[in-house]
Design a protein around this ligand. Structure first.
Ligand SMILES: [Fe+2]
Ligand SMILES: [Fe+2]
Length: 246
């Protein structure tokens, strides 16, 4: 793992928001969470893994980056959620959503590992410099791996526009951006996501599921995402006995 950042002191800043893009998205989708016109599936995500093989060349290209920060668990589960969200929103560009979610956190592999937990999951984590750095590195990785696999510059730009700001920017710019954001959050509601993420934030599973309900659920942008999150949360709480183990 390389260290591309030299500073060891935690810095904080706000994301730069393209107000026109954000306002255009709200005008296009005035009702939020965005209603779904397609199929909604709230069954356990393990029942519908991503089985298509068209993205396998990308997976192989970023295999080293999947070994950072549990990306080899987070990214496949989030891709499965992203595909369900695309089923609920057939009007979305499915390929952009799928590729963007696959690559969105690969940049964690190119930042200082010691800072991932100390800064990336501390108080005010969304404004930490390391969060911005993993987004920048993720865009660089997308620009490295996609063109040799035949993806054209416009597509690469569309993917990078989603990766950039996926954690640090609070607003979405497009439906595809919104679905990637929801898929990125949804994996945490699954019991595997609870198990991994709760340790990142030094919380018990019960504390973490409470936080998911209070803080993350309201951030979801699609009604399909909300329904899937509620279903996964209920199953995770029952499975992990969070009413007793508090
Ligand atoms: Fe991220
Ligand atoms: Fe993520």
């Amino acid at each position: 793992m390389s260290n591309l950042t030299s500073s060891t002191s935690a810095t904080r800043r706000d994301a730069i928001v393209d107000a026109r893009a954000a306002e255009a998205f709200v005008r296009a989708y005035p009702v939020q969470p965005i209603p779904a016109a397609g199929t909604l599936d709230t069954s356990p995500i393990s029942t519908s893994p991503s089985v298509a093989t068209d993205l396998d060349p990308i997976w192989r290209a970023v295999e080293p980056e999947t070994r950072a920060r549990c990306n080899d668990v987070h990214l496949p589960i989030s891709l499965a959620f992203a595909e369900r969200l695309c089923d609920a929103h057939p009007e979305a560009d499915r390929r952009t959503v799928r590729v963007a979610i696959l690559l969105h956190d690969t940049g964690w592999a190119r930042v200082d590992e010691s800072r991932i937990i100390s800064e990336g999951f501390g108080p005010d984590w969304r404004r930490s410099e390391i969060r911005f750095e993993h987004e920048r590195q993720g865009c660089l990785i997308a620009a490295e791996v996609l063109p040799p696999l035949g993806y054209d510059p416009a597509f690469v730009n569309a993917v990078c526009a989603i990766i950039e700001g996926h954690d640090t920017r609070m607003v979405a710019y497009s439906l595809e951006d919104a679905l990637v954001r929801d898929a990125d959050r949804l994996w945490r509601f699954n019991h595997t996501g609870v198990a991994i993420s709760s340790t990142w934030f030094s919380l018990t599973p019960a504390q973490y599921t409470d936080r998911l309900e209070a803080d993350v659920l309201p951030e979801l942008l699609s009604s399909a995402g909300v329904a899937m999150a509620r279903a996964e949360l209920e199953r995770s709480r029952a499975l992990l006995k969070t009413t007793v183990l508090r």
